[in-house]
Design a protein around this ligand. Sequence first.
Ligand SMILES: Cc1cc2nc3c(=O)[nH]c(=O)nc-3n(C[C@H](O)[C@H](O)[C@H](O)COP(=O)(O)O)c2cc1C
Length: 194
Amino acid sequence: MASGTADLNGFVTSDTVDHYDRIVSEAHGIAYVEYTYVHPLGRSEPNQTGLHSDAHVDGMSRVALIIKQRGALAGMQLAHGGGQTEPSLLGGEMPRGASGLPIPAHREPFPAPQPMSGSEIPELIDAYVAAARRAVSAGFDVIEIHAAHGYLLNQWLSPLTNQRSDEHGGSMPACGFRSESCGAFERRSVTRSG
Ligand SMILES: Cc1cc2nc3c(=O)[nH]c(=O)nc-3n(C[C@H](O)[C@H](O)[C@H](O)COP(=O)(O)O)c2cc1C
């Protein structure tokens, strides 16, 4: 659950480590760290944790260590907010989405996102794979891909927000995108050895 303890660049702070120190106990079999953005345009909240660069690994390894010291497995939830965010959180850039449809998932209206271009799709998949590798190198045992709650992968999967006319839309929205991204994890073997 989002702790809102990262700094404004997504780095883990001592508050983040203290938070997991406080909430994880010996009773946990596995403890998941909050939704963590994989790409600079994937941020949904000001103090959200990120794993979008190698510089973020050290801080996250402190969190993984605290969890594992309790005897639990450490889980990481990787996310991208897609259109469920605002330019002010993205250095002024327009949020990206599957289509240009605003996300109907919040009390406040979000601006209509910019539809992702063909070249942004492989970049996004690369960002997920790179973040997953960083999580593994930080010591995490399990990776969860957040594809719900109206965030980007949910936006690809829903006909409410994916009305693309290319191979990433259609009658089974995002099927192509989903199998492409899942396949990327398999083919590019996100393992402890890299
Ligand atoms: C402050 C806050 C932070 C949250 N952070 C996350 C998160 O990081 N990842 C996630 O999947 N859901 C997150 N959620 C959503 C809740 O986990 C979600 O509502 C819950 O799974 C629903 O469970 P319930 O039906 O028992 O309330 C968050 C919710 C709140 C209120």
